[in-house]
Design a protein around this ligand. Structure first.
Ligand SMILES: [Zn+2]
Length: 102
């Protein structure tokens, strides 16, 4: 098993899981019970995670996820965090590196 995806939003993780399953890629979610404990602290360690059962399908899964995220963030410009200079995708309002607001 390998970790393939993680997101603040349980709904988003479930969405990716359903998407991968529609391509016959088996996966399971983890940390879903912890997500409600994360509260307002943006900690990636508490985020729901998606794990691939068959690691050999990693490349395919990543390609599907990338395509899905591109579709989601279409029209949204990437931005650069003022605090840590990390480049963030337009769909996010919070820096995943340091937690600073856009
Ligand atoms: Zn930052």
């Amino acid at each position: 098993m390998i970790k393939i995806y993680s997101d603040e939003s349980f709904i988003q993780v479930e969405h990716i899981k359903n998407l991968l399953e529609s391509y016959h890629i088996d996966c399971v979610t983890k940390n879903t019970a912890l997500s409600s404990l994360a509260g307002e602290v943006p900690s990636t360690e508490c985020w729901p995670e998606l794990w691939l059962i068959d690691g050999s399908k990693k490349e395919m899964a990543l390609a599907i996820i990338t395509e899905s995220k591109l579709a989601c963030s279409a029209g949204e410009n990437d931005w650069v965090c003022e605090k840590c200079d990390e480049k963030i995708e337009g769909m996010f309002e919070i820096c995943w590196q340091c937690g600073a607001l856009r």
